[in-house]
Design a binder for this molecule. Structure first.
Ligand code: MG
Length: 442
């Protein structure tokens, strides 16, 4: 990589690109948005910016994250099958499998007993969540030296909005190489990056050349449609096992098959989700990369393997989801004033119900209790999806006016203490009253 592409942290005070007018040929005048000043850039670079004025989104995904950290920290594990998860002999599942273990057909969420049967010589290790989250933070700090517009979506994955940063970091491919190189140098871990005009395509792309790959999708409409066509329909966001089966009954196996269906047809079959299928199959995804400053809501959903009519199960899932929502809210320093319950019925229709909170909060117990109140208002027998979220964030943390203030503050500090325990001892160290499944690395 040459010197002009060397990593230079952008000036933190710069909140937005400085609009610069440049002339392109006779009579055409287009604004170009760049980070920083245009001083020193040649006509070729300007030409490049004109071509890439669309958004440039990266999806960065660490390669076999948990097991790679284990192999890094213990050289004896290098090049060996490594499985992180429950204790063999128990009833738990695999959280993560190294590439060597994947050759034996082991993958995350597989019962640990099955993993052991397939490869008894593998190293079976308990997760060290505290270490993984520490490394996760180091990764995000490295990305932050490129841009503040990062949306971390799991412990080892983030969307990065690199639009308009070419002036500083060169073409997207080079910038992705720099990010990967820095992570490798500082943390001895490899990652894969997808580069695309939106989040949906970037996420598909990062998975295409694993491990240690960079995949650039097309940026032009027609090429995007062609690029997506041969992929299995299951690659589309929100298409789980059940939707996939429903699609197959309609003769839809690939994204290309989906592209041939009309918007009305898909809406008729799948309701709102049909519209999303229609647009995503064409690579249209307008969602922005959301940082804590731009976040409108925090939510989590769970799709049941088969339609569920077990209310106890719904409650158990809601507790798990509420905990996750609250933890993310605390991480971002956000408190929601409204709780909402979202759900999908067996006919694929999507609904939601909301309820204001007595005061803005980021506490599992309160979010959970309100989601249960909302649930009790529903006269339904069966669900295929359930979710909980908070919105209407209050960013100033004033809690006047309410009697429950003290109680909430006590709960908050208790949950912060739980966060600290989780950071230090891993997710197995703290469990709530009801049994909660082990988190999966996705
Ligand atoms: Mg990963």
């Amino acid at each position: 990589m040459n010197a002009s592409n060397a990593v230079r942290p952008y000036p933190r005070s710069l909140k937005a690109g400085i609009p610069i007018l440049v002339y392109r040929g006779a009579g055409s005048r287009l604004p170009v948005f760049l980070w920083g000043s245009i001083k020193g850039s040649g006509p070729k670079k300007i030409e490049y910016h004109m071509k890439t004025q669309k958004r440039t989104i990266f999806h960065l995904d660490m390669d076999a994250f948990f097991t790679s950290v284990e192999q890094r920290d213990n050289t004896e594990l290098k090049n060996r099958p490594v499985v992180v998860g429950a204790k063999p002999g128990g009833r738990g599942v695999v959280s993560a499998a190294s590439y060597e273990a994947r050759k034996f057909g082991i993958h995350s969420a597989m019962p640990i007993s099955e993993a052991f049967r397939r490869c008894p010589q593998a190293a079976f290790l308990p997760p060290r969540m505290s270490v993984y989250s520490q490394v996760s933070k180091q990764i995000m700090d490295i990305i932050l030296t490129f841009t503040p517009v990062i949306e971390q979506i799991s412990i080892d994955e983030a969307f990065i909005d690199m639009s308009g940063t070419e002036r500083l970091f060169g073409p997207p491919f080079n910038a992705a190489g720099e990010i990967k190189k820095l992570i490798k140098q500082k943390l001895q871990l490899t990652s894969s990056v997808g580069i695309a005009p939106n989040k949906f395509l970037a996420k598909i792309a990062s998975d295409m050349d694993k491990p240690n790959g960079i995949t650039v999708t097309p940026f032009e409409k027609e090429e995007i449609v062609r690029w997506l066509a041969p992929l299995p329909a299951g690659k589309i966001w929100g298409v789980g096992v059940k939707t996939q089966a429903a699609l197959q009954r309609l003769g839809v196996y690939t994204v290309g098959d989906l592209q041939e269906r009309s918007l009305d047809y898909l809406k008729g079959k799948f309701g709102k989700q049909g519209a999303s299928l229609y647009f995503l199959s064409r690579g249209v995804d307008e969602r922005s990369v959301e940082t804590p400053d731009t976040l409108k809501s925090i939510s989590r959903e769970h799709t049941f393997r088969t339609d569920s009519s077990d209310r106890d199960d719904w409650r158990r899932v809601l507790l798990h989801l509420s905990e996750d929502v609250a933890r993310r809210a605390r991480r971002y320093g956000l408190k929601g004033s409204t709780v909402y319950l979202s759900y999908r019925l067996p006919d694929f229709s999507r609904h939601s119900k909301r309820m204001p909170l007595p005061c803005p909060c980021d506490v599992t117990k309160i979010i959970y209790e309100h989601s249960i109140k909302l649930l009790s208002l529903l006269q339904i027998r069966s669900l295929r999806l359930i979710g909980v979220g908070i919105c209407d964030f209050s960013r100033d943390h004033q809690l006047d006016l309410f009697n429950s203030q003290e109680e909430i503050q006590t709960l908050e500090s208790a949950e912060r203490a739980v966060d600290t325990l989780l950071e230090r001892f891993g997710s197995g160290s703290v469990t709530r009253g009801s049994e909660i499944d082990h988190p999966q690395e996705r």
